[in-house]
Ligand binder design. Structure first.
Ligand code: AMP
Ligand code: MG
Length: 406
């Protein structure tokens, strides 16, 4: 049984504003932004961010080729329509150079095949009738029609994708078309998540009285993944300092940053604070709700952010402190924080910056349920956080507020 949190009342001595703590976290996680880029295959590059400008190593199209199945001709032979021309062979898509075109003839040609030198137009098969070694063409085509000239898409050396491009399937299609085998992308910071709490059990285990499922491990893991983190481990520790320390040692060996949950506030069994404060960790009260108690540390050279354990506090802490830095480290764009009109009146606690769970349809925004930091369903049903400045206690319906997309 965990006794009530009565053993240590009152705030920790250090208080910080959200802005101050953000700046502190940014400094601590600064090394994440200079991780060396990595080369990955185009297939593995989806969602990754280009580390450098990528120029085309080739012209596209690579050579002059047919845009249609039909007949390659010299357009001058089509001055009078209909016209019947003798046919000369077939050119399929594939390696090789076809013989030069004889003026006044037609060469059967397939889409993507090399156009014989001297031919300058392609008549689609739909506009032709074949009779033995002759083809009758019923529609006039001019020079260049259905001819895909070399380099008309891009020429060798053209900038294909600037550094900082978040690679989508269409970008990767282009890299494949120019024959890229690897692409240099920003490194994904390796993230380890450590949850603390003797009351926590993994899903699948039957719950004894007093136990709950460890949801923060999953929540922080997927939050990190969604924002450019490469989650290398998610481990749970009970509230025993030796166990927690051993787990941190393992996490620090493989991660660029560690996120912990729980054990940072004012109770009797605050394992994170008890373990890391003597090692130089800073445990502070940030003027925000939810997510007031926060910690930071460096363990075995690896930066550690210590979030409070209430599931909503954990998620909001991630949004406010970790998400922006992680995205920047991964090269992902920062998220827009638009201003929207409140659909209802809102009250707030003086002296604390509030991050209210809320829903928007794009026009107006409305809080979802109350401020309790255990209300995980309300968090799930919200799609933004309303950011209410610390000095504001009341906002009337219609007033504009800044929202953070979730
Ligand atoms: P703590 O910050 O450790 O005092 O925890 C605050 C509250 O959050 C308590 O009700 C914990 O049971 C709960 N909590 C802590 N960690 C987790 C977690 N990983 N998953 C779900 N709830 C948690
Ligand atoms: Mg705890």
């Amino acid at each position: 049984m965990t006794p009530g949190k009565t053993g240590n009342t009152g705030r920790p001595s250090t208080a910080r504003s959200v802005e101050e703590h953000c700046a502190h976290v940014e400094r601590l996680l600064d090394p994440l932004s200079s991780l060396p880029p990595v080369d990955v295959s185009p297939e593995a590059a989806l969602g990754r961010v280009t580390a450098a400008d990528i120029s085309s190593p080739v012209d596209l199209p690579l050579f002059r080729n047919s845009q249609m199945d039909g007949y390659a001709v010299d357009a001058a032979s089509l001055d009078t329509i209909p016209v019947t021309l003798p046919t000369r062979g077939v050119v399929a898509a594939g390696p090789g150079t076809p013989p030069p075109h004889e003026p006044g003839t037609a060469v059967r040609i397939m889409t993507g095949a090399v156009i014989p030198d001297g031919a300058d137009a392609v008549v689609p098969v739909e506009d032709t009738v074949v009779d033995g070694d002759y083809v009758t063409i019923s529609r006039r085509r001019r020079t260049g029609e259905y001819v895909r000239e070399r380099g008309t898409d891009v020429t060798k050396g053209t900038l294909l994708l600037p550094a900082g491009t978040v690679l989508t399937p269409r970008h990767i299609a282009l890299l494949a078309a120019v024959g890229s085998q690897t692409v240099s992308v920003r490194a994904l910071p390796r993230v380890a998540v450590v949850t603390t709490g003797t009351e926590l059990v993994p899903a699948g285990r039957s719950l004894r009285p007093g136990e709950i499922y460890d949801s923060n491990g999953t929540a922080l893991s997927v939050s990190a993944t969604a924002n450019g983190g490469n989650v290398v481990s998610v481990i749970h520790s009970d509230d025993d300092s030796a166990t927690f320390r051993a787990i941190l040692t393992r996490a620090a060996a493989i991660a660029d940053v560690i996120f912990t949950s729980g054990g940072v506030s004012m109770g009797d069994f605050e394992v994170v604070k008890e373990t890391l404060a003597p090692l130089g960790g800073e445990f502070v009260h940030v003027g925000m709700q939810p997510g007031g108690p926060q910690g930071t540390a460096v363990f075995d050279g690896v930066p550690v952010l210590n979030f409070p354990g209430n599931p909503v506090s954990t998620l909001v802490s991630f949004e406010v402190f970790a998400r922006p830095v992680l995205r920047r480290a991964a090269g992902l764009p920062s998220l827009e924080q638009p201003r929207l009109a409140l659909a209802t009146d809102v009250t707030s606690v003086a002296g604390k910056r509030q991050f209210l769970r809320a829903r928007t349809t794009g026009e107006t925004v409305e809080p979802v349920a109350g401020p309790g930091s255990h209300l995980v369903a309300a968090m799930a049903w919200s799609n933004v956080l309303i950011d209410i400045p610390a000095d504001v206690e009341f906002l009337a319906a219609g007033e504009l507020v800044e929202v953070w997309p979730l």
